[in-house]
Design a protein around this ligand. Sequence first.
Ligand code: PGA
Length: 247
Amino acid sequence: MKPVIAANWKMNLTLTEVKELLHEISDAIRTSNDVSVMICPSNNYLLPVQQFCMDQGLNVMICAQNISEYQPGAYTGDVSANMVKSCGATHVLLGHSERRHVFNETNDMLKTKLSYCKDTGLIPVLCVGETLTDREQDKTESVIKQQLSILSGFDGEFMVAYEPVWAIGTGKTATPEMAQAVHEFIRNECPEECVVLYGGSVKKANVEGLLQQSDINGALIGGASLVAEEFSGIVSLSNQMAVKKGV
Ligand code: PGA
């Protein structure tokens, strides 16, 4: 399985900056055939990103950051699953911790969104992870098990991203061993072929240790994905590791 290196741009960048960043990272993507690169832009940049990748012949998966919990209709300002699909997204992040904590997304809402993935063929990337309090109270596995439970009965393809909440945007990364322990738990709860990404302050300096772990299939990268040199470096390093491993 090729490692998946995903850039979660969150609510950042103007259109001009999107184009500049794409130009700057395109060489690394073009020369890294042994990794699968995924970009998660804001919805309004889905089409320009798709267009850029097509024009440049870049093989990139495009992932929306969210979809509405409603069916198309009178929901001013919301964006539905079939809309992001029609603008080039093949995947969608579901349940990112910022959605759960800032926008109060619940597992019930996520179940509804999952059903729209099924209807439209979008591949969900379900984000799971414990807070620092959960970890301190030894609840990491039970919290993650509950977050994963919404997948029961979902028979389509999906990915999981393990992102410990305490490691997102904080500069604190789980050690490779800590991450591996949770990934192994997730692996046992999911189909064998499921891609399980790690996210939380991943950068060039720590990506190798993480990707060396047997149950970590790639990375979901926030802050470092906005810095061309960092993201290109992560893509190239992951590619070198994959070539060595012979994936
Ligand atoms: P970070 O974000 O790399 O800035 O910690 C990761 C994410 O939230 O997906």
